[in-house]
Design a protein around this ligand. Structure first.
Ligand SMILES: Nc1nc2c(c(=O)[nH]1)N[C@H]1C(S)=C(S)[C@@H](COP(=O)(O)O)O[C@H]1N2
Ligand SMILES: [Mo]
Length: 525
């Protein structure tokens, strides 16, 4: 067989030209995005648009499978797909130079459309990075492919002679790659300089002392059992769930909170300083994500410092529906365009609904909503815990569906009572004899009354409950198990203060949170 090595080499070079064109497009887009708005760059725009359109089930799977690195996996995936498409366009360019260049431009148009479709996009300039990047990529492809394409048609009159210069090809291609890297790096540098302002802004925040401090967590509420989650979750370990591919980095200077809508008699427009100058309260509250599977990790407790939201609403003239107010839904909007809807009644019923500025003694971390977020005890995060908040609109459930509700999640979602076994871990091999089984149980704002353990199909036995800190926090429990050699299934269930015991029925997380009992299988030996 006779392999045409020249043809193979030409195709390889054409693919390379395609990839370099794509790279040039992305790099220039990155630079333009740094000047326009970092989130308007094509990878973030396409990734974000994909997140917006992902069916709830797939998103749930992604969160489950990749955890907090789901976003990195998504971006890496986009880059791999783009590289393949670019190589394909390079090959196509050998035969159809103009069509392939138009293809690169078309991807720029798709990126621009994605950028404009994002909820946080409010200016047509968001289309610029992808459009200019696409244009640059098209020009690069058209130019670099020229000599390679000419080779094919060298016998046609007027075209370049055969034997196109390898050195010139490498110089041109390498030159474009180097220039692109420079443009991309400049873009990155500009973007992180912008983020630097936010870092300085956060570092400059001095949190006032609370007018109403949280009670100390008594030792009885936080027993020391190896393997048991700490009662207060450190910020660095606190779960993070959001749609933001680029963590928003607002500065306190530019931040305002607008409160408006139905039943608002006096609109509010608060600065960060105005918020901090109000009497602050400090509360320990356990947050839970509706995407948390039975036994899952998306739950944590923090000491929040913030402004009571009900007081602020009352000042604006808002009344809850039970006192004749016309709005039953509070829609919180973040700087990245997220919308979360919370029952006005819940926020104003006396519970510690907060506009939080502090988390475990420091200003909110960027990942957790700096400078201000909402926290409402008893409600899943997606219906209450708006991070990077900048607007509160009073409306009705009938008039408006926020982001997750548009995607088939429930309008109202109080947290379901749950218990989790932290230790022993699944498939652990403890020594037979006394094994301490321990974990956490939560039923925020109702309180946990009882936790029971079952070994295999035996009877339910009461676990030892740690003291209750507040009914808005989880409660720790433990159980001294006399393990006999062999493989056993440990199952836990909790009963909340309304007297309701967790149902055994396992449900998916969609539409309003998973139910069912957590169990682990261990082998004692
Ligand atoms: N702006 C914004 N706020 C948001 C979200 C989001 O995607 N964007 N996700 C919500 C969800 S689903 C949860 S569970 C909590 C998680 O808060 P955490 O990341 O600080 O743990 O934030 C909520 N607030
Ligand atoms: Mo969530």
């Amino acid at each position: 067989m006779n392999i045409d090595t020249a043809a193979v080499g030409r195709r390889a070079r054409a693919s390379l030209v395609g990839i370099v064109s794509g790279y040039a497009a992305l790099a220039l887009a990155e630079l333009v995005a740094a000047l326009v708005r970092p989130e308007s760059g094509p990878v973030i725009a396409v990734g974000g648009a994909a997140v917006d359109r992902t069916p709830a089930g797939v998103k749930d799977w992604a969160i489950r499978t990749f955890g907090t690195s789901d976003k990195l996996v998504l971006q890496a995936g986009i880059l791999v797909v783009m590289a393949c498409l670019a190589a394909g366009l390079g090959l196509l360019a050998l035969r159809m130079r103009r069509t392939a260049a138009a293809g690169v431009l078309a991807f720029g148009v798709i990126g621009a459309a994605a950028a404009l479709s994002r909820p946080d996009s409010d200016a047509y300039t968001d289309a610029l990075p992808s459009l200019l990047g696409g244009l640059a990529g098209a020009v690069v492809l058209h130019t670099l492919i020229g000599p390679l394409a000419a080779h094919r048609t060298a016998d046609r009159p007027g075209s370049r002679p055969d034997g196109w210069d390898r050195r010139r090809f490498l110089l041109a291609t390498g030159g474009v790659a180097v220039a692109s890297t420079g443009a991309g790096a400049l873009g990155r540098a500009l973007t992180s300089a912008g983020a630097g302002d936010a870092v300085a802004s956060r570092a400059a925040v001095v949190l006032p002392r609370p007018a109403s401090p949280a009670a100390d967590v008594v030792p009885g509420a936080a027993p020391r059992v190896p393997g048991l989650s700490p009662f207060v979750t450190p910020n660095r370990d606190f779960y993070r769930v959001d749609t933001a591919l680029v963590v928003p980095k607002p500065t306190t200077d530019g931040w305002r909170l607008r409160v408006h809508g139905r039943g608002v008699r006096r609109e509010l427009n608060l600065t960060f300083d105005a918020l901090l100058s109000r009497p602050l309260v400090e509360r320990d509250i356990t947050l839970t994500c509706v995407s948390n599977e039975v036994g899952g990790p998306y739950v944590g407790t923090a000491r929040w410092l913030g402004v009571p939201l009900a007081e602020l609403l009352a000042e604006a003239g808002v009344r809850p529906p039970s006192r004749g107010g016309p709005a039953d839904q509070l829609v919180a909007r973040s700087v990245d365009g997220m919308t979360l809807g919370t029952p006005v009644e819940d926020v104003m019923d006396g519970r510690d609904a907060l506009l939080a500025v502090g988390m475990n003694g420091e200003p909110l971390p960027f990942d957790h909503g700096f400078p201000v977020r909402m926290v409402v005890p008893g409600l899943y995060g997606y219906v209450s815990a708006c991070k990077w908040i900048e607007e509160i609109e009073l409306t009705t459930f009938a008039a408006y569906d926020p982001y997750w509700v548009k995607r088939k999640w429930a309008r109202r979602a109080p947290i379901k009572t749950q218990a989790r076994i932290d230790t022993p871990k699944p498939f652990a091999r403890p020594a037979a004899g006394t094994v301490v089984v321990a974990g956490v149980a939560w039923a925020q704002h109702r309180g946990i009354d009882r936790v029971e353990i079952r070994v295999d199909d035996g009877p339910w036995r009461p676990a030892e409950l740690a003291a209750e800190h507040t009914r808005d926090t989880w409660r720790q429990w433990s159980y001294r198990w006399q393990a006999t050699p062999g493989t056993h299934t440990l199952t836990v269930r909790a009963t909340d203060r309304t007297g309701e015991t967790q149902t055994e029925r396992r449900t998916r997380t969609i539409p309003d949170g998973a139910s069912g009992w957590h169990s682990v299988v261990v082998t004692a030996g």
